[in-house]
Write a protein that binds this ligand. Structure first.
Ligand SMILES: C[S@@+](CC[C@H](N)C(=O)[O-])C[C@H]1O[C@@H](n2cnc3c(N)ncnc32)[C@H](O)[C@@H]1O
Length: 214
């Protein structure tokens, strides 16, 4: 497989090392309809679209959900500093995005523009996944990357809704931040509780990704 996860000079939740791991899992599972909860600045989205386009010659879809600046209304949700303040360690990025373009990379407009190349394949939804997922038809989704809200309730609900829609079909759910160096207790607990309740099997990759094969 000759594909390398790129950062596209933006901000990304996944480092190239982890982005490439995710691409490897996608390659292994060969899905056509991808859901990402927690789009952030769209870097994983763009890599996934490029990769699915390559392996399926355009026969794919990508659905992304993010607050894109909306408040989450979940008091247990800690909004990371890098989201509330568009800070860059590279001063050139600060000049380019904050001063010249005045572009918020975690906005739906910016991500839409960034994914323009795949506009007929991409559906972006702005809002809280706890609400959006209630009204979204995700029946055809066969791969979900859950990386949105990291509170217990949001993680549990995202996983539940996605799993219920995949039940009885083939699918893969990958949850980020399960147990890595920066692991978030609530995320692990929510995943463990749901997996136990539904009697699912879980495998992990380097304690970061939790993978549930349906
Ligand atoms: C860790 S970042 C996602 C990183 C992204 N998957 C990547 O690989 O670059 C988490 C994102 O989830 C979004 N988010 C947090 N709580 C959410 C919620 N309840 N519903 C939807 N999106 C949420 C944040 O706005 C943020 O952009």
């Amino acid at each position: 497989m000759n594909f390398k996860f790129k950062k596209y000079w933006r901000k990304t939740g996944l480092s190239p090392k982890w982005g490439n791991k995710l691409i490897e899992i996608i390659y292994e599972k060969n899905p056509n309809h991808f859901l990402e909860i927690g789009v952030f600045c769209g870097v994983t989205s763009r890599n996934v679209c490029e990769f699915l386009n390559l392996i399926h010659q355009g026969n794919f879809s990508y659905t992304g959900i993010d607050l894109f600046g909306e408040e989450s209304e979940d008091n247990n949700e800690i909004k990371p500093y890098y989201i509330t303040h568009q800070k860059f360690s590279n001063p050139l990025k600060h000049i380019y995005y904050n001063l010249y373009l005045k572009e918020n990379l975690n906005s739906i407009e910016s991500v839409k523009k960034f994914l323009q190349k795949f506009k007929t394949k991409v559906n972006l939804h702005k809002g809280n996944s706890n609400e959006i997922l209630k009204n979204l038809n995700i029946d055809k989704i066969d791969f979900a990357f859950i990386d949105g809200g990291h509170s217990y309730q949001t993680t549990f609900n995202d996983l539940k809704v996605v799993h219920q829609s995949m039940k009885g079909k083939k699918g893969t759910i990958v949850c980020d931040d399960y147990e890595d160096a920066s692991y978030i207790t609530d995320v692990k607990k929510a995943i463990d509780d749901y997996v136990k309740k539904e009697n699912l099997s879980l495998r992990t990759i380097d304690k970061k990704f939790a993978i549930i094969d349906i």
